[in-house]
Design a protein around this ligand. Structure first.
Ligand code: ADP
Ligand code: MG
Length: 229
């Protein structure tokens, strides 16, 4: 366990450094993107026509990785306060509904019991969005993502389950989830799950995956209930 602590400390320093590099890298990236776009506009050069979209796509992917990494490496701005988990769930579902519609996935939200948690609403939303988005992306030919929120008064916790009728995961795939850069998607970053579980853990909660191949996946998140007042 002592080894773990040392490792975590090092990781924090590395993340801080990486975060500042990431910021620096972004500016030239934006410039390069602008020029590639400019050069490829109205061009008659076949090679430029052919490769410019690939360059732009890869630049966007790089940018996406940096964005997701930055949110991961910035725990300093974490602000824990009383937040309504219902509000956050409603907003997140609302934000993702268009993506669902596009891929023939409907999102259903059921909330039971009133509940506030002690958390950071911005990061909490980010964590839930990442998990819900994975649920939507796991569905290939239409399906449902069902989100349930209940309260366990005895354990003083909120339980959120996010279940999808998607392609599910094998035992081996399930082991990899949450490892940095593990992705099975051509345009994935492999950071979403890790970021989500980190955020939940930083708020004193837990996150667990259950999955069955070709049937779907259920993600269970628990968060401590707000007990002030
Ligand atoms: P990304 O979504 O960019 O691939 P994530 O960290 O969010 O990165 O997810 C990592 C991988 O875990 C995904 O590529 C996918 O293979 C698997 N995964 C995550 N959530 C689900 C899910 N709900 N159903 C099936 N596979 C999933
Ligand atoms: Mg994801």
């Amino acid at each position: 366990q002592f080894d773990d602590m040392i490792y975590l400390d090092k990781l924090a320093t590395v993340s801080e450094m990486a975060a500042s590099f990431a910021h620096e890298i972004r500016n030239p990236l934006t410039t390069v993107r602008g020029f590639v776009q400019f050069l490829s506009k109205d061009t008659t050069d076949e090679n430029v026509k052919k490769f410019a979209p690939i360059i732009l796509e890869e630049l966007d992917r790089t940018n996406k990785i940096i964005s997701e990494y930055l949110t991961l490496a910035k725990p300093a701005s974490f602000q824990l306060q009383r937040v309504s988990i219902d509000d956050i769930l409603y907003t997140s579902v609302h934000l993702l509904s268009p993506l669902g519609t596009m891929t023939n996935v409907s999102l259903h939200l059921y909330t039971e019991g009133k509940s506030d948690v002690y958390g950071d609403s911005h990061y909490l939303k980010q964590a839930l969005l990442n998990v819900m988005k994975n649920g939507i992306e796991a569905i290939e030919h239409g399906g449902v993502v069902t989100i349930h929120k209940t309260v366990d008064e005895k354990e003083k916790e909120v339980i959120i389950t996010i279940r999808d009728t998607g392609k599910g995961m094998t035992k081996d795939e399930l082991k990899n989830i949450g490892l940095p850069y593990y992705t099975t998607k051509s345009k994935g970053t492999g950071l979403g799950s890790m970021i989500a579980s980190r955020i939940i853990r930083q708020m004193g909660g837990t996150m667990a995956y259950e999955s069955r191949l070709n049937e779907g996946t259920t993600v269970t998140i628990t968060l401590p209930l707000y007990e002030g007042d």
